[in-house]
Design a protein around this ligand. Structure first.
Ligand SMILES: Cc1ncc(COP(=O)(O)O)c(C=O)c1O
Length: 423
């Protein structure tokens, strides 16, 4: 049945999917049901889900407080296009949890939020160049979609005229001297960085690198933007910035900020910066930065996000998530010791790299990567009911719905792969 859906899908959807990372060889699994840590495909097969809606579902599938609030909201007012009480509660909650947030605006995706954050930083500084980290993924926004995939000198997508990326400067990850050299005398508007490279392989920034970027940006008048679409509300109630104690000027959020199951994003920062969006202070359109849209502040995502954040601010979920992540990383290291493999991640983020070198950036994560072994591993994991995508980059998002047994099943499946594999 999965195959039949795929055959039909290819007639109407390019590549038969709605996002190429969702492809599997020889065909994708079509999921029709989910509950807590599990999903079921159209044939009734159950999988332990470690993809968790691209990491958006920190509390797992069908988290009751969010689903109940959202269900009620659908009947009360699903979409308005007017100011509504939930956007005010949501905004206050974001600002009370995220250290860098004094003011915030909602968007419908992380991509959009990055686009508006860069625009805001440009509007605030009056500068145009933007620094972006090699291997960083910020969604499909033109100015930030370069240097995403390896090798980084090749375009990450067709359809980007030079004019759209000529003001973007690629900067190395975890190499502060390299950053300093590349931005010297350049007068950047902003540097956008993920505190933990996400799609690039859950590679944490070294604390000195983030601190160094903070100092550099202060010195040069550059707006430091943390893209916390993955790490925000996941690594701590205040995101990676709270965990690492480095506070950016602006933060980009996504996924959890709209409750998990609903399309959402946000960009926030110091009032002084965010006020370039303020039409009351800047009545003439040409003196301010534009942001807005049909669904911005829609009460469904606002209420769902508010309810989730209220739960997360209690903080009790983070030690649980970290201990599951720690257990997975430690045990996978042992299970895969016969291979040249490295396990990266922090908190509830876990990634397996079949590389000779320890991954510290996009180069070390890719230049010695055994792609064949990586995809064989993913096929094996799928056959043992462990689901994640994409198969060429085994990321595992652990949620609060996963149990120790679920994590142990993941490790057992990896150990079986090692046993079976002749190397
Ligand atoms: C760090 C980061 N930024 C931005 C995005 C884009 O967010 P969205 O897919 O909601 O557009 C993603 C998506 O996973 C991401 O991981």
């Amino acid at each position: 049945m999965n195959y039949e859906f795929f055959e039909e899908a290819q007639k109407y959807l390019p590549g038969g999917v709605t996002y190429s990372v969702r492809s599997l060889d020889p065909f994708p699994v079509y999921i029709e049901r989910s509950d807590r840590a599990y999903v079921w495909d159209v044939r009734g097969n159950r999988y332990i889900d470690f993809w968790m809606g691209h990491g958006a579902l920190l509390m797992g599938h069908g988290y009751r407080p969010v689903i109940e609030a959202a269900s009620e909201q659908i009947w009360t007012a699903a979409h308005l296009g007017y100011p509504n009480p939930w956007e005010v509660k949501w905004a206050k909650q974001v600002c009370s949890m995220v250290p860098s947030a004094q003011k915030v605006r909602p968007t419908n995706s992380g991509t959009e939020a990055n686009m508006y954050a860069v625009r805001t930083a440009r509007g605030f500084t009056g500068r145009k160049l933007v620094g972006k980290i090699e291997g960083g993924w910020h969604g499909g926004y033109d100015a930030l979609q370069i240097g995403v995939t390896y090798p980084i000198d090749k375009p990450s997508t067709l359809g980007l005229p030079d004019e759209t990326t000529v003001n973007t400067i690629l900067l190395p990850f975890n190499d502060l001297d390299g950053v300093e050299k590349r931005i010297k005398n350049k007068q950047l508007a902003a540097i956008v960085v993920e505190p933990v490279l996400g799609a690039g392989g859950f590679i944490p920034a070294e604390p000195d690198y983030l601190k160094g970027l903070r100092e550099l940006c202060d010195r040069e008048g550059v707006v430091l933007i943390f893209d916390e679409v993955i790490t925000g509300f996941r690594l701590s109630a205040g995101g990676a910035q709270k965990l690492y104690g480095v506070i950016p000027d602006m933060t980009v959020l996504g996924k959890c900020v709209g409750g998990g199951p609903f399309p959402s994003g946000a960009f926030c920062g110091r009032s002084e910066i965010m006020d370039v969006l303020d039409h009351l202070k800047r009545p003439k359109p040409y003196t301010r930065v534009f942001h807005g849209g049909t669904y911005s502040g829609n009460p469904l995502a606002m209420r769902a996000g508010y309810v989730l954040m209220k739960e997360l601010e209690k903080g009790d979920v983070y030690p649980v998530l970290s201990s599951l992540g720690e257990r997975a990383r430690r045990s996978l290291e042992e299970a895969l010791e016969k291979f040249e493999a490295h396990i990266t991640g922090v908190g509830s983020l876990v990634c397996v790299h079949f590389t000779k070198e320890k991954p510290v950036d996009i180069h070390t994560a890719n230049r010695t990567k055994d792609l064949k072994l990586t995809t064989e591993f993913s096929k094996h994991m799928l056959s043992e009911g462990i689901l994640y995508i994409p198969p060429y980059n085994p990321h595992f998002f652990i949620s609060a719905a996963h149990s120790v047994e679920d994590v142990d099943k993941l490790v057992e499946a990896a150990a079986n792969f090692a046993k079976k594999h002749r190397s």
